[in-house]
Design a binder for this molecule. Structure first.
Ligand code: PMP
Length: 354
């Protein structure tokens, strides 16, 4: 891992904040230039939060069975994606591999960090194209000069296609690629596949991303999780904003993680609704195909996505038009909502005339 790091990050002397210097309980805190008065409800909002999100990581270890020492909390997993680019990719030199169609933020963060993108598209059935990947990686290795491919993103289950990849495929990518393989498991909880976390002990260059934004119903709080080797975690911790997750968000995360039974029940409802919606949508005249989903959304090919998107929007129903993505011609991405929300969508679609 060390040889993949940017030199400035490898040599970084991290910012040392007051909350890092003293760990424990004290009577008087005069170390962080905070206000001694809390104007907004006496909940310690005048104090800086725990920079290491320790309580969340403990709860994650217990509830999600993640190894405490191998976790870093981000301001959403988006922050962690951005930070991975900043840790490993020299701007203007290093590159990343993206398998389109996939989560759009990988490309955006690569662009922001001036990191080149190499596309190894998924097949038209949204499978990893191993033949193309292997050929690309062999060529890339031979042609390396100043920079190289440092990061490869696998989104499993994949946004927008919805399908997850079996563990042996993730393992195969980790074996083929000699950079950092990032497996984004934002929608993992909705799938029945095994997590890539189980591969961590064998592949120290693997980073698995999770989030509380989806199944844990906490998108508003912005809490993402990286699970990685201790070395990668140490690097991600050293370069992140010192107080990257606010106190209220840390408290909300703990509350959500204590609601395991309710979350599980809602997940079951969502999965039942996913099956019901897939069946109902398949029977509509405007629907060409509903793609199989391991997520809390469905990718649906329709007769005319632009027209249908406008039709729904005019009725106050917003879905995501993914038509311009590779292999997604005339496709809408539809989140599985509550039963009532899903019925509203179905009723509108039944009234739709070509
Ligand atoms: N990964 C994927 C695949 C996503 O779809 C999203 C958000 N839609 C994210 C990561 C970002 O999640 P977060 O809210 O944790 O930043």
């Amino acid at each position: 891992m060390k040889e993949l790091l940017r030199a400035n990050i490898a040599n970084l002397i991290p910012y040392s904040c007051a909350r890092n210097d003293f760990v424990g309980e004290a009577e008087v805190y005069l170390d962080a230039n905070e206000n001694w008065r809390d104007f907004v409800g006496d909940q310690g909002r005048n104090r800086y939060p725990d920079p290491l999100s320790t309580h969340i990581r403990r709860a994650l270890a217990e509830v999600l069975d993640l190894p405490f020492a191998n976790t870093v909390i981000g301001n959403g997993s988006d922050e962690l994606i951005d930070n991975l680019f900043r840790c490993f990719c020299n701007p203007g030199k290093d590159r990343t591999i993206i398998m389109s169609p996939t989560y759009g933020a990988y490309r955006v963060f690569a662009d922001i960090n001036d990191v080149g993108i190499d596309q190894v598209p998924l097949t038209s059935g949204f499978a990893i194209d191993f033949e193309a990947l292997q050929a690309f990686l062999e060529k890339e290795k031979l042609e390396r000069k100043e920079g190289r491919c440092k990061l490869l993103f696998i989104c499993s289950p994949n946004n927008p296609s919805g399908n997850a990849y079996p563990l042996e495929q993730i393992e195969r990518v980790c074996t083929l690629f000699d950079g950092i393989t990032v497996v984004d498991e934002a929608y993992f909880d909705f799938s029945s596949y095994e997590s890539a976390v189980t591969l961590l002990s064998r592949f120290p260059n693997l980073v698995v991303l999770r989030t509380l934004s989806k199944c844990w119903a906490l998108a508003n709080a912005r809490v993402g999780i990286a699970v990685a080797s201790k070395d990668v975690c140490a690097v991600l911790t050293s370069m992140k904003y010192p107080y990257n997750v606010g106190g209220p968000s840390q408290e909300l995360a703990l509350k959500a993680l204590a609601q395991g039974a309710q979350v599980e029940a809602t997940k079951k409802e969502t999965l039942a609704e996913r099956a019901r919606m897939a069946a109902a949508l398949s029977g509509l005249a405007c629907v060409v195909k509903v793609f199989p989903s391991d997520s809390n959304f469905l990718l649906v090919r329709v007769t005319d996505a632009n027209k249908l998107y406008q039709y729904l929007a005019q009725r106050g129903i917003i879905v995501r038009n993914r038509s311009r993505e590779l292999h997604c011609e005339n496709c809408l991405r539809i989140t599985v909502g509550s039963r009532g929300e899903n019925d509203t969508l179905l009723s509108a679609l039944k009234l739709y005339k070509e």
